[in-house]
Each structure stands twice: as C-alpha cells, then as structure tokens.
Design a protein around this ligand. Sequence first.
Ligand SMILES: [Cu+2]
Length: 578
Amino acid sequence: MATRRDVLKLGAMAGTGMIAPALPQLKRVPPNAVQYHGHVTHHLGVQPQSPPTLAQFVDPLPIPPVIRPRPGSVTDISMSPITQKLHRDLPPTPLWGCNGVYPGPTFETTRGTPIQVNWKNNLGATHLLPVDTTIHGAESDKPAVRVVMHAHGLKVLPESDGYPEAWFTSDGRTGPVLFNQNPYEYPIDQQAMGSWYHDHTLGILRLNIHAGLAGMYFIRDTVENSLNIPKGKFEVPLMFQDRIFNPDGSLVYPVATDGTHQFWIPEFFGDTMLVNGKVWPFLDVEPRRYRLRMVNACNARFLRMTLVETDENGNRMGMAGPLFHVIGSDGGFLPGPVTSNELLQAPAERFDVIVDFTGKDGKFFVLKNDGPAPFPGGGEVVPTEVMMFRVVRPLSSPDTTTIPGQLNPAPLNLDPTSAVKSRDLTLNELDRASDGFPIMALLDNKNWDDPVSEDPELGSTEIWNIINTTGDAHPIHIHLVHFQVLSRQAFNTNVFDKQGKLVLTGLPQAAPPEEQFAYKDTVKAFPGTVTRLIMKFDLPSGTQIIPGHRYTYVWHCHILEHEDNEMMRPFVVVAPEG
Ligand SMILES: [Cu+2]
C-alpha cells in the first residue's frame, strides 16, 4: 500500500506556466470555473472492448418489477447469483440480483408510512469480479463476498444506513462496525422523491454494484398526487449504467496491469450503455407527455444528454428532439419546471423530467450522450447513444396532463446567516510520482480511518465549502441530509498547491436553475472550483435522541472507484448533552 510520502499531489505535477487546455463547451459551467492541472487521461494500456456487433435499439426497455411493502410487515430482499439476458445477441450474463432480477425491484413507498426490509445475502463465497486486496477494508483476511445495502438519499438512523463496515456474509459473519440490524428500518419521513438503493461495502462496493446490486425506489406524497403530471404507465424509471462485455456475455471489469493496485482502476468507463439492465434499449411511446425518472447509476461516467431525431435505425437526422422539462431533483420537486435541451447528470444524481412527444407521431428520438470521460476533460471511450424513443403507439386516451408552473410549495431555502459553522474541505488525488498514475483519492487529505473531523451538532446548520484541487469533477454525496447548492467559485489552483492558500479568482456563480432551491444529496464539484453547500443536520422525526450520542454517517465521492479507495469519510451528528 502506498503511503503519502511515496506520492505527489496531482496539482504539484503541473508546471508553473502550464496553460489550461481549451474547455469543452459547458452550458452550465462558467468558463473561468474550470482549470485543469495535471493529466486528465489515465493510462490503462489496451482497453478491453465489447463485441463490436452488438446492435442498438433491438430490445425493448424493461421495467423492473414493483414492490409495495405493506405497513407492519417485513419485506424480504434476497441477493443471489443470477443469469440474465442483457441483449438480444448476447448469451445470458452472470450477475448478482435482488429477488432474482437486475436491477432489483422498484420500491413504491408513501410518505409517513415506515417500512422494514430484511436484506438477505445469499451470494455464496466467490466474487463475480476480481477483488483487490490492497484496498482498505478488502484485505485478504476479509471474506471476498460481503454486502451491505444503502438507500441513497433516504433519511434513516445509522443502523439502517448501510455503513460501509456493517457488512455481512451469507454464512453469518459481520463487519467490524456492526450497525446492521435486520430488518432495516426506513421511516419514509420525507417528501416525494425518486432514488436508488445500492451496495455500500468498504473497498468492494464498485464491484458489488457492478455485479448488479442496485435498484430504484420512489416515495409518494399528497403534493405529488395533486399535480396533474403523467402517471402510471406514462411515468418511466430509467437507470443508466455503462458496462463492457465478453463475447460469452460475461461482464468485463478491467485490471490495471501497471497500476499500484493490480485490481483497482481509477475509473471504470464502459463502451456499452444499459438502461434498466438492457443494452441500448428502445421504448415505444404514445404521442403524449411522459415523466422520466432518471438515475445515473454508472460507476464513474458523467452523462451529458440530449434528445435528437433519428431514423428508425438511430441515424441522426439533424433535428433536435423534444426538450427536457426538469420538475425534480435528487430529493424532491423543484419550485417550478426548468426547461433545457441538455442534462448533465453525475453518478448518483437524479433528474425527474417531463418530455412531450405530442404531435411527434411516427418519429424516432435517440437519447445521446457526449460527456467526456473523465469529466470534463478526459479522452476515454464515450458511448454516444443511450436509448431510443419510438413514437409508434396510438394515443390510448387524450393527454390531459400539464407541466405545472408551480411544483414544490416548500423549496429548500436555507439562510446562510443561520449557519453555525463553515468548513473548508478539499478533494485530493494522489498520483504515482514516476508517471502520474492515480493511486487514490482523498477527502481533505484524510484517509477513511483517520479520526472523525466533521462533527456537526444535531439540529444545526453548516456550510461546507468543497474545494476541488484535482483535474476532474467529482460527484460529492452526503448521507442523511439534503443540501442546497449556494454557489460555485473558481480559485487559483497553482497558489493552492504551492502555498495551501485559497485565492478565489472569480465571482461566486449562483447554482444553475435546476439546482436552485432544490433538495440535493449529490453535487457536481468541478475542478478548480469551490462548491458551497448549506445543510441542516436533522435525524428522522420521532427519533428518541440519546443525549451526547454520536450518530455516524458517511460522505464521499460517488465515483465508485474513488470512494472504494479512500475518497470516503465518516462524519458524526452529535446530540447535545442532556
Ligand atoms: Cu471522485
């Protein structure tokens, strides 16, 4: 395992007079907010590739089965090895599923109705993918197959949050920090939203999620029910993931032949896009409005998406497709709709979007992606197609839905003067001094097992300034809370690297409309930028507070390869002494 003495900070490798390369045209990011320093392309040697013959848009989009937990009863979810057809021309793929399917079933829940889930590990003892025993928490004395499930964006007590060291095996062994109680208690004490659940095991979550341990959940409430928006079969969950396949259908997770960790790569980027577990699917739609619930469940890929008109084979016809009317963010509805022709979605972010196919009878639209990998300046393989919408179904009933001008009656609007603490927290990447190959990523230059440094008091409001000193964007996720994005502001990375001094170089930029007053739990932290977040640290209502108790959660980068390799930290919410 490399120590910090062996390595150089990425920023320190940049020459004094280094000039930032030309920026890709980013619609949402002020040009002065992004500075590159150091390399942005990682050298993995020859990349494995999926079979080049995989045809696009030949399989219909699957909709995962729905689970409606009944109040007062425990819902069992069994994780087990499965095989599943992911493309017409691929043999069945060995995967890990929940209740026999990948992605797992979609939970439908209602605000105010708590649910209980018994997560069962029936995965056996052999991992589907190569485990790197040089990564923290995944050493050779640990069982290879360990799981712990986290419901992303859900406000729960630590025992049910899927703490990374609260893992369990199929033969009853458990992790060193034993938070897990089965069943997990989910109070569902929050407004209508859509999100996903996924594995969170220290050191191997990138592999567990890659193998298939993910699914979606929705919370419904009366505000949502009162909105005249598309519902039922006109509301479609979309979980995006990129993968690489062997010709026999099995998943490829590349190894780093010349890396410091043999079985850890800095980021996984696949050459094939899957939606709801199907490669480049199509969805047949009616000429009416649809509500699309989008989750970026890729390991590391930022998706920059547009809709374009194509012929039936997906060949571009030069026409722009319908616009996205964004109505919701990570943790609920926006105050009002935000219309855009482009969506930039980082791993684990969600968009709740209405797309209007009215009058588009007989047309074909492809959801395209042109987000560089790594984002925003990398040059690795980018699948340019995601899925196709075919407007080929007749209108089954008149479309009486609307895109309401007012959505969320209680938008998130925290007063910065109410913050009792402001924390400066850096994002760091450590690279091998000889050739710049990334070794690990850190939060505030601390390792996972350093003493806890973020300790907000229960009920208090804090501002966290996320200072990204690396060359890439990172999606930063904070458990328990939903936060508001106050601003983004560029800083001088050269001065910061040499003197550790934060010199802001531009004016603070307000969050873009789709983030303003939005309930966020995952935020894009761009390179060379300070991202200011404000949040209030509350526990689920009705919690019996133990005076002086430290409620432990985590915050981390949601690039799975990063959080597996030190870019994750515990934090505690401290209850006042009685
Ligand atoms: Cu990261």
